[in-house]
Design a binder for this molecule. Structure first.
Ligand SMILES: [Zn+2]
Ligand SMILES: [Zn+2]
Length: 407
């Protein structure tokens, strides 16, 4: 069975109102996440990465005791909240680690049960100043966090692996094997991040035997499912996910759906002095115009800098990486049009991948319909992002693109 999985979503606030992630939106509660996943996005397994926070843990326990969430035999919590929003929540925790040689990076640990998560949260409390906030720094290197996670039966995944700030390749090491030593084999998978894709990551040999995850890292409801994975497994549970990442018994990642990496916020190098996004051939490591070294290095530039190969060398098991341009990036699609589309087709995924062009045109007009179809086919002209600014669709002055079969 195929499952739609987004395994990196932040929660905003516990129901008692205490902040979990100050920058995250207030409406990111369990209930709202479940409704967004199940009803608008078609996501059926969601990894929530702020679960080691004590107020979030309290929330989860209360929901379990009330019977609203049910621990699944294979791990994960089935949530059948109001309005038939059925989704399985995977308990997870994102933390920031420090290497002795310098460099900070983020990693997500996924837990099989509430008890395992509680044990991990307790063990980590002495290393973290404020456990309530998300993605907090723990005073240890990534290798130590990996060991601690494994003690509680977790799956350990380095997050947004190439981003310039706080990621293993972006700000710590050229090879993950150097970071994890003989524990490297226990790293369950790699999260690509918005500005990278499988084709780029498959230029690095040490990643050939790892499964890749494409997750949204959403801090607000609309961004859930902006990137996701189609995973072939028997059921949306922790045990099945573990098998899928190891490609055991026919389980596997069947496809990655992600932003065209050019749309990501860190795709190209960005000059902090003249605020320009690099355009010349990568790697650009200083500003091409003013020569400043004060740059935020792009993901593309970094990968080209450290790659083993000039071309991707995907292993036989590597699934399709399907680009998708979220509807929010399509020029002319605002909140009203978005709601209209979701009401008409059931979910954003259905609009992006299934809606018939003629039918789309009748719903939102030929201009937006043609942009959506071009986005679907990967032919929408794009301008690369960098330095924290998203890339954008750039369909030219008129915003009009020809579309065969649409008049
Ligand atoms: Zn992070
Ligand atoms: Zn995150």
């Amino acid at each position: 069975m195929l499952h739609v999985c987004d395994l990196h979503v932040h929660i905003g606030r516990s129901s008692s109102g205490r902040p979990v992630k100050i920058t995250a939106a207030r409406d990111l509660t369990f209930e709202n996440i479940a409704i967004e996943c199940a009803r608008r996005k078609g996501v059926d397994l969601v990894g929530i990465v702020d679960c080691a926070s004590p107020p979030v843990l309290d929330d989860i326990r209360a929901l379990v005791e009330a019977g609203e969430m049910v621990e699944q035999p294979g791990g994960g919590l089935r949530y059948g909240g109001r309005e038939c929003a059925q989704v399985t929540v995977l308990l997870a925790a994102e933390f920031e680690t420090y290497e002795e040689g310098g460099g900070q990076s983020h990693h997500v640990s996924y837990f099989p049960s509430l008890d395992a998560l509680q044990g991990f949260s307790d063990a980590l409390a002495e290393h973290v100043t404020n456990m309530e906030l998300s993605s907090q720094a723990c005073r240890m290197p990534a290798r130590t966090l990996l060991d601690l996670s494994l003690r509680f039966g977790a799956l350990f995944v380095p997050a947004h692996c190439f981003t310039p700030h706080r990621s293993p390749y972006g700000s710590c090491v050229e090879r993950l094997a150097d970071m994890f030593g003989d524990a490297w084999e226990h790293v369950a998978a790699i999260e690509l991040g918005l500005s990278a894709d499988s084709y780029l990551a498959d230029r690095i040999d040490e990643l050939a035997d790892r499964s890749f995850l494409s997750n949204s890292d959403a801090h607000s409801l609309p961004k859930i499912g902006r990137e996701y994975n189609i995973i072939e497994m028997e059921a949306p549970t922790f045990d099945e996910l573990r098998k899928a990442l190891r490609r055991e018994g026919g389980r596997r990642i069947a496809a990655n759906f992600g932003l065209d990496p050019r749309l990501g916020k860190y795709h190209r190098t960005f000059c902090e002095d003249c605020e320009r996004i690099a355009r010349s051939a990568p790697p650009v490591l200083e500003c091409e115009v003013c020569g400043s070294q004060n740059v935020t290095r792009g993901v593309l530039d970094r990968i080209v800098q450290i790659a083993d190969h000039e071309e991707p060398r995907p292993p036989a098991h590597r699934p399709l990486y399907q680009y998708q341009v979220p509807l929010q990036f399509v020029p002319g699609v605002g909140a009203v049009t978005l709601n209209k589309l979701i009401n008409r087709y059931g979910s954003e995924m259905a609009v992006l991948h299934q809606a018939e062009p003629e039918d789309l045109a009748q719903t939102v007009g030929t201009r937006i319909a043609s942009l959506i179809v071009h986005a679907r086919e990967g032919t929408l002209p794009l301008q690369a992002g960098g330095g924290g600014h998203y890339g954008k669709a750039a369909p030219g002055d008129t915003g009009q693109l020809d579309l065969p079969g649409l008049s």
